[in-house]
Design a protein around this ligand. Sequence first.
Ligand SMILES: Nc1ncnc2c1ncn2[C@@H]1O[C@H](COP(=O)(O)OP(=O)(O)OP(=O)(O)O)[C@@H](O)[C@H]1O
Ligand SMILES: [Mg+2]
Length: 360
Amino acid sequence: MPADRPVPNRPEQNRKGLPSDHSSQQRPTTAAAPDLLEVATLTADGAPAEIYGPETLARLRREVVGRSREAELVVASLMAGRHLLLEGPPGTGKSTLLRAISHAGHQEMEFVEGNAELTPARLAGHFDPAQVMEAGYSEAVWVDGPLVRALRDGRILYLEEINRVPEETLNLLVTVMSEGELTIPRLGRVEASPRFRFVAAMNPFDAVGTARISGAIYDRVCRVAMGYQSDAEEVDIAAMTSDLPRDHIDKVVQVVRATRDHSEVRVGSSVRGAVDLLALSNDLGALRGQPATDFHIGLDCALAALSGRIRLHESTNATPEEIVTELWTSIVGAPPDETTGDASSDPAGKAPSRPAAART
Ligand SMILES: Nc1ncnc2c1ncn2[C@@H]1O[C@H](COP(=O)(O)OP(=O)(O)OP(=O)(O)O)[C@@H](O)[C@H]1O
Ligand SMILES: [Mg+2]
């Protein structure tokens, strides 16, 4: 096929390649939501257009705690047909926010994990080598990758960790953002549906294996920064996942947040640490036949959930276990006094190995 002729849509091919995040969503009709703003009237294949508007933001509330301003900016960018970069530390809800927006806007999303192995062929698609041997290069032996699926079907292409992706793969995306189409040798031109959007995410703190993304990318995207949320919002996020008493969840979140301010800690834990700590507490409590809120159950779970998540300054002599123990003791309270015979709360006979003093 000549390179300048658009390749027609082939819906059956969209089931191939990497899995889509929620490829079975129904598209809404614009008649069902007359107060919403249309992004485009019809898609390339004549289906009803995507809709985003105030109602999208209202629907997000069920899945996303807080983040009103960021949600407005992301939705406005999608409405305006802009591509986007979400930048923030791990666990700050970048994927959660975008997934919820795509649900709320009934726009399907192609989720791609960025890493050094994400070649142009893995992102765009490839010719099936076995079939090429038999039948030669043709459209019939082409397998769509997530980028081509997103372009054809007007989906959001969500690329996590863009700063781990090789330069030649990023160049494809620059072309797509500039030209609104992709030309694939021996296949032809794939035009972007009017609904296609590219959203990248990256984590500014994790320098290992990352590179600075080029000015060419920065110049083609709008950027929304996502920092850590407030204390109350993080408690609400953790409480979405746990039935434990609110005051216990509150303390767990305080411990997790304190890891971010500790003078010996370079990178603290995200709210994921609190979610894991609470989940573990229930099951460890059940295994030991003790309350999930027991001091030592909590401490053991804090050690399991947080000691691997925090990264210490090279200059410190402390271990992650010592720092987690110190924070747990200072925030949750001193351990039960073992000399009084309160063995029920300390079956393993463990006591904090460092004096209780949070260094914040
Ligand atoms: N605002 C929020 N509302 C509801 N849940 C949230 C929110 N922020 C974070 N979470 C929860 O915290 C966890 C981490 O969030 P998420 O995966 O979206 O972070 P991320 O910024 O994409 O992280 P990474 O940079 O590692 O990909 C998820 O379990 C998610 O449910
Ligand atoms: Mg993510």
